[in-house]
Design a protein around this ligand. Structure first.
Ligand code: HEC
Length: 240
């Protein structure tokens, strides 16, 4: 009986260790999957914004649109800023357009974005730059794609004297001029906090681990009791 009880203890211990290690592996796997999924979403959002910006730049050029107070909100970066704000309010995904040679100081890159821009500058084939960072005490996924100067961009990003007057007046400290076709102009930057999503995964897994452990303890106990009864019965039979 004593021996059996020891065996019961060992089995419970082994089962608990197995369940715990499965849970930890599961958590790591699900966290990786979650990150991949969010990075995929970032890519889609960034590409969508990139194409929308290009479309606006091209349309403004082909329509020969005047650049004034009324039409300024159609400028690609302006539209991007406004759409970014709405998008953030609804989804929590932060969208920015950044550049080392910024026109608006609000678009100055932070340290992660600056590293990405330097990498894009070094390697023209690099189509994205991503990572995980602590921002304001929160774990955040960062994702950037490069923006290159196309024909339509030159209207507002070439030599200072040639760009629309309204831009010259609005941005006296403008650094975003003198670009030529093919230059790296900046990047679209997406930031997504993942603390909440990871906490949810953790909570679900802890819940599952507790339920599985209780279930397994019941099962092992049941087998242990059944085994003892069988042994006792066969002992009785033998002594008879
Ligand atoms: C009609 C004018 C116009 C055109 C065309 C235009 N831009 Fe801009 N761009 C602006 C203005 C104005 C800003 C500043 C927006 C702000 O205040 O946030 C800006 C800002 C930016 C920024 C944000 C960083 C910064 O300098 O403040 C990027 C990146 C950018 N433009 C890239 C492009 C690219 C790439 C194209 C071509 C696809 C393009 N722009 C075409 C007017 C233009």
């Amino acid at each position: 009986m004593k021996k059996n009880f020891k065996l019961y203890g060992i089995i419970i211990f082994v089962v608990a260790v197995v369940i715990l290690s499965i849970s930890i592996t599961n958590f790591q796997k699900q966290s990786t999957l979650l990150r991949e999924e969010i990075f995929d979403k970032c890519k889609m959002i960034a590409l969508e914004l990139k194409h929308m910006r290009e479309y606006l730049a091209e349309t403004m050029a082909t329509a020969n649109m005047e650049h004034n107070e009324t039409t300024r909100m159609f400028m690609p970066a302006m539209a991007g800023n406004e759409i970014g704000k709405k998008f953030y309010n609804e989804t929590g995904y932060q969208l920015r357009q950044v550049s080392s040679k910024y026109r608006n100081p609000k678009n100055k890159p932070d340290s992660f974005e600056q590293i990405a821009l330097t990498e894009f500058e070094k390697d023209k084939n690099l189509s994205e730059y991503k990572g995980v960072e602590k921002m304001g005490g929160q774990k955040v996924l960062r994702y950037l794609i490069p923006l290159y100067i196309e024909e339509a961009c030159l209207k507002c990003h070439s030599a200072k004297e040639t760009i629309p007057e309204i831009i010259q007046e609005d941005y006296p400290e403008d650094k975003a001029t003198d670009y030529v076709f093919g230059d790296l102009r900046g990047a679209i930057s997406v930031a997504v906090p993942i603390d909440r999503a990871e906490a949810e995964i953790k909570e679900n897994l802890i819940h599952m681990t507790i339920v599985t452990t209780i279930g397994m303890v019941f099962l092992v106990t049941f087998v242990y009791i059944a085994m003892n009864i069988t042994i006792k019965m066969s002992d009785k039979k033998k002594s008879n």
